[in-house]
Design a protein around this ligand. Structure first.
Ligand code: NAP
Length: 267
C-alpha cells in the first residue's frame, strides 16, 4: 500500500551536486536556467552549438555557486551526435538528475501557404526531433538509476495557435503531447516530467525568428512588458525543487501584459 506523505515544509528536493543537463544553454532561457541551477549548487552539464559562449560563462557560473561545469558542443538535430555525447560523458557526469530540454527556436512568421520549407524543417528538427533525441538518450539512464526529472520548454504557442505561426505552434503542441506521453510512460517510476510554458520572453528568440533582423525583432516587445529569461528559469527551478512525490505537470506563465498567445496589452 502506498504510504501517505506528511508535509513538513522541509521536503524540498535538494539540487546541491545534482547533475543538471541544460540544452541550449548558450543564450536566453537556457543560460538563465544555468545560473538559477548554479545558485542551487548543482553540477551543470551545458550543451549548445556555440561552445565558446558556454565556455565564456563558466567562471561566472562557478562564482554563482555551481559545483562544477561541463560544456559540450552539440546540435540536438543530429541524433548520432546526441547519442555519442551522452554515451561519451565522463563517468562523473553520466548520472543526469535533471534534464532541461530547452534548445529550440522559431523561424519566420508567414502564412502557411507562403511559408519557407527550410524554416519549417529547422523548427521541426530542433523543437520536436531534437527534443525526442535528447530525451531518448537521457531518460533510459534515469529509468535504470530510478531517479530523474525531465523539464521541457513548451510555450503558450503549444496551447493556442496564432496567425502566421502554425508550424512553430505545431512544434510546441508536439512538445505538449510528448511531455504528457512521457509522464504516462514513466508512471510507476520516481521520474518526474514537467512542461514550463512561457508566453513572450525577451531573448534572442525574435532575432532568430527574423533571421537576424534586429529592428523587426525589437518591435515584438514594443509597448509592453515581456517576461525575462530569469522569470522562466525561476519556474524551472521551482518545479525541480518540489518534494520528490510532487510532479508539476505544466506551468503556464506570461507577463502581466499577455493573456494568451493572441491577446496582448500594448500601449
Ligand atoms: P534564444 O535566446 O534564441 O536561445 C535558444 C537556445 O537554443 C540557444 O542557446 C541556442 O544555442 C539553442 N539552440 C537552438 N538550436 C539548437 C540546436 N540545433 N542544438 C542545440 N542548441 C540549439 O531563445 P529562448 O527564448 O531562450 O528559447 C529557449 C526555449 O524557450 C525554446 O525552446 C523556445 O521555443 C522556448 N520559448 C521561448 C519563448 C520566448 O518568447 N522567448 C516563449 C516560449 C517558449 P546555439 O545557437 O548556441 O546552438
Amino acid at each position: 500500500m502506498a504510504s501517505r506523505v506528511t508535509y513538513d515544509g522541509s521536503m524540498k528536493t535538494e539540487l546541491k551536486n545534482a547533475v543538471v543537463f541544460v540544452t541550449g544553454a548558450s543564450a536566453g532561457i537556457g543560460e538563465a536556467c544555468a545560473f538559477a541551477f548554479a545558485r542551487e549548487g548543482a553540477r551543470l552539464l551545458l550543451a549548445a552549438r556555440r561552445l565558446e559562449r558556454l565556455e565564456a560563462t563558466r567562471g561566472k557560473l562557478m562564482e554563482s555557486g555551481a559545483a562544477a561545469v561541463h560544456a559540450i558542443k552539440l546540435d540536438v538535430r543530429d541524433n548520432a551526435a546526441v547519442e555519442a555525447a551522452v554515451a561519451g560523458l565522463p563517468q562523473e557526469w553520466r548520472a543526469i538528475d535533471v534534464l532541461v530540454n530547452n534548445a529550440g527556436l522559431s523561424r519566420g512568421l508567414d502564412k502557411l501557404y507562403e511559408g519557407s520549407l527550410p524554416d519549417w524543417e529547422e523548427m521541426i528538427d530542433t523543437n520536436v526531433k531534437g527534443l525526442l533525441y535528447v530525451t531518448r538518450a537521457v531518460v533510459s539512464g534515469m529509468v535504470e538509476r530510478g531517479r530523474g526529472h525531465v523539464i521541457n520548454l513548451g510555450s503558450t504557442a503549444g496551447e493556442l495557435t496564432y496567425p502566421k505561426g502554425a508550424v512553430y505552434c505545431a512544434t510546441k503542441h508536439a512538445e505538449r503531447a510528448i511531455n504528457d506521453g512521457l509522464r504516462q510512460d514513466l508512471l510507476g517510476t520516481p521520474i518526474r516530467v514537467t512542461s514550463i510554458d512561457p508566453g513572450m520572453v525577451e531573448t534572442d528568440f525574435s532575432k532568430v525568428r527574423f533571421h537576424g533582423d534586429q529592428e523587426r525583432a525589437a518591435k515584438v516587445y514594443q509597448g509592453l512588458t515581456p517576461l525575462v529569461a530569469e522569470d522562466v528559469a525561476d519556474a524551472v527551478v521551482w518545479a525541480a525543487t518540489r518534494p520528490a512525490h510532487v510532479n508539476i505537470a505544466r506551468v503556464l506563465i506570461t507577463s502581466i501584459d499577455q493573456a494568451n498567445s493572441l491577446l496582448f496589452n500594448r500601449s
